[in-house]
Each structure stands twice: as structure tokens, then as C-alpha cells.
Write a protein that binds this ligand. Structure first.
Ligand code: 3PY
Ligand code: MG
Length: 251
């Protein structure tokens, strides 16, 4: 991403590792195991991270919250980065950095985790981890907008990812296409970029993903596996229901 490559990822809600294996081989640059809006536990997250590793995609985990245990758990499972939701202040961004980085930068514990090859490569992991892991924080609240410059200036944050759904909800905006929301998002992305951060955005359609990439966004998550499954199934079912043989046009 630092070299200018635009990455496309997707959230993974479904808990069968086959989904990660299939999507990863389709060519997504990254898959983000969704620990925030699912009931996945640490063992499932570890299994899915491992499945993503069997593909060319990079494994990320969106953790349930800005919680050191959840962040450590995802990274210990072998995730190449974490996405931390609802980070609303510089202090919260610093807490995420402390949780995600090993000493001397942060406070994360080092142990015989899967990431450290179950204890057989602790020194190697210790050397690599702080440089190689991606820490993405999500800006998606009114408070984050109010403290944005301080928040994006926090050292140790690699990427600022906008959550348009929660941002709209926090700002009391009902129309996801409202110009007010779009302006707020564009402003966050520009100020994050000025502070030297990579940027990320959620897109619900390929057209939106292409537009965000063209505007300079480094990482776009194109919906989720569950979203595409449901959309494709709805279209297929609609086609069947509308077919003449089912009486739509032939009575
Ligand atoms: C949001 O839109 O709130 C999200 O978290 C999407 O990633
Ligand atoms: Mg959100």
C-alpha cells in the first residue's frame, strides 16, 4: 500500500474455513475476519486466520472492540493486522497502539502463540511483529470527527479506516448517499492522508469501491461474504419467482 497499490478486501462472517479458502484464491488482497458483528470466538478466529494463510490473501481481523485481550488474541492467532472499531479519541488510538505493539513500543505480551510458530520462533516474531503488523483504527463516531487531528497523529497507527454506516448513525444521517456524509468521509480520508496514514473505506458496491480507490483510498473492503451470499440468493430467487413457468406473466 505504501508503494501505491490499491487493495481490495472483504469481511468474512461465515465460519467455515472453506469460505476463506475460496475467497482468498479468488484474488482478494486481504480477508478480514469479522469479530465485531458476529458471535465468533477466539478459536474460530484462529481457524479462519489459518485458512486465509493457505491463500495469497493477507489475514486481518476486525476485533470486537478496542480491547487489549481481543487485539492480542487476534494477533497471536497469526493475523497480519487488526482493525479496531469505534476509535474516538487520541487516547483510544494510543490504547490500540499499546495493545497491538510489543515492547518497547507497546505493552502486548509475547508468548508461544500460533503467530510465533507455537513458541518455536519467539525471537523471530519479536523482531518482525512491530514492523510487519498492520494496525487499522476505525473512525466512525461524531466524537472521532471532533478529535480527528489528534487521533490521526498518534504514532503507531498505520491506517485510518472509515465506517460509513456507524458514522452516519452517529451523525444522525439516514440517507447513506447524503452529501453531508460523503463530505465528512472525504474530509476524514484527506486529513488522515495528510498525517501520513494509509486510508481505508467500506464499500457496498463494486462501483463505490472503484470510486474510492480512484480517489486515493488504499484499502477498500467490498462488503462481506454474507452480504454477497444474500444478495446473489435474492437475485436468483427473484429470477425463479418471476419466471413465466411460475406464473409471473402467464397467470
Ligand atoms: C461501518 O460502516 O460502520 C463499518 O463498520 C463498515 O466497515
Ligand atoms: Mg462500524
Amino acid at each position: 500500500m505504501r508503494a501505491g497499490e490499491k487493495l481490495t478486501g472483504m469481511f468474512v462472517h461465515l465460519r467455515d474455513p472453506a469460505v476463506c479458502e475460496s475467497l482468498g484464491r479468488l484474488g482478494f488482497d486481504t480477508l478480514c475476519v469479522e469479530g465485531e458483528h458476529t458471535a465468533m470466538g477466539p478459536e474460530t478466529i484462529e481457524r479462519l486466520v489459518s485458512a486465509v494463510e493457505h491463500t495469497p490473501a493477507a489475514a486481518l481481523v476486525r476485533v470486537a472492540g478496542n480491547d487489549p485481550s481481543a487485539i492480542a488474541c487476534a494477533l497471536d492467532a497469526g493475523a497480519q493486522g487488526v482493525v479496531v472499531p469505534r476509535v474516538s479519541s487520541a487516547a483510544e488510538a494510543m490504547a490500540a497502539v499499546q495493545a497491538a505493539r510489543l515492547p518497547p513500543v507497546g505493552l502486548r505480551g509475547l508468548g508461544p502463540s500460533r503467530a510465533a510458530a507455537h513458541g518455536t520462533d519467539i525471537p523471530g516474531y519479536q523482531r518482525r511483529a512491530n514492523d510487519e503488523l498492520l494496525l487499522a483504527i476505525m473512525v466512525e463516531t461524531r466524537q472521532a470527527l471532533e478529535e480527528l487531528d489528534e487521533l490521526v497523529a498518534v504514532d503507531g497507527v498505520d491506517l485510518v479506516f472509515v465506517g460509513p454506516g456507524d458514522l452516519a448513525s452517529s451523525l444522525g444521517i439516514e440517507d447513506p448517499r447524503s452529501p453531508e456524509l460523503r463530505d465528512a468521509i472525504v474530509d476524514v480520508l484527506a486529513r488522515a492522508r495528510e498525517a501520513g496514514r494509509l486510508t481505508g473505506m467500506f464499500a457496498a458496491t463494486p462501483e463505490d469501491a472503484v470510486r474510492w480507490h480512484a480517489s486515493g483510498v488504499n484499502l477498500v473492503f467490498l462488503g462481506s461474504d454474507m452480504m454477497w451470499l444474500t444478495r446473489a440468493a435474492a437475485i436468483a430467487l427473484g429470477d425463479v419467482r418471476q419466471a413465466p413457468a411460475n406464473g409471473a406473466t402467464q397467470g
